[in-house]
Design a protein around this ligand. Sequence first.
Ligand code: PLP
Length: 376
Amino acid sequence: MSKPILLSIPHMGDRELEFVQEAFDTNWISPVGPNIDAFEQEFCQAINAHYGAAVCSGTAALHLALRLVGVEAGDEVFCSTLTFIASASPITYLGAKPVFIDSDRSSWNMNPQLLQEALEHRAKIGKLPKAVVLVHLYGQSADIDPILAACNQYEIPLIEDAAEALGATYKDRSPGTFGKVGIFSFNGNKIITTSGGGMLVSSDSELIAKARFLATQARDPAPYYEHSQIGYNYRLSNVLAGIGRGQLLVLKERVAARRRNFKLYQQALQDLPGIEFMPEANYGKSTHWLTCITIDAKDFGVDREQMRLELAQQQIETRPVWKPLHLQPVFDEYECIGGSVAEDLFERGLCLPSSSNLTDEEIDCIIQAIKKLKYC
Ligand SMILES: *Cc1c(COP(=O)(O)O)cnc(C)c1O
């Protein structure tokens, strides 16, 4: 193998350049323009969301979401611990404090029981969090119903971080459309990309209007520049929204390709002693944005880190499952409710190359390389 096989790379369709060309032809090279409006509408149609605001990243979308539900300095926000740091860093941008919640083994996502108990306890001592950030990990929806019920019981807004779960389902609906606000990412490694970008969705049109307002420096309606609030420069470029429009046209194919990757890996590797696949919960369909396995060193013979290094030698890029946020040095002052499940998944979990443009030869090469670790 001469060409390295990377974890998750962009995969363009046939139409992206048309929309980008249109932006050039009409000189809409700015963070306003027809591609942005169309991208927002087409995105909402694709996932059956009411209203959407396109922004420059998923992180920016989450920052806006937290601000829009009223998170302020000193507040606490509950957040999944097994996730990328961007699920929690915007909490600290606002001077608020994350409290992390452990995963459920059956979905790797936030444990609804733990959340329910934690909220009950917090209600008793009069210290409820200001919001809950629920992550849908690696293409799989969390178990939303009991989580939403717990949030509703205590009137706490649910923010869904669906950055990794575009195209997934939860009981036939799209994760990201259940909470007060949902956010998505179009970073280069996600299931579709605008090279960098994000989207905020909500059924509350006023909230989305406010998101657009804050994302464009919070300009008051006056002929001169007047500001009575602090905003951000977070809008998506009309050029990049053009890429997004093209990518939306192939979203279904991208989901199918990632699910196929998972199936090929699973068929070839599931019987190897010591290898297990991230379970697919029965309440919905995962996109398998990334195919993740856990390795039991006792049964498999090598551990997760040895496997990662051996594959890296053969130019195959893999990554450990997210290091839980409660173990991150930058977050070591914050509380975590539970944590042992996420720690175990980090210890033993590995993400395999999962791009939608992986070839059969590449997948076969990865499968053979893993088998060799066991039998040679
Ligand atoms: C990628 C990602 C984000 C951040 O999205 P960006 O567009 O990279 O800012 C947030 N949360 C999760 C779970 C992600 O995977």
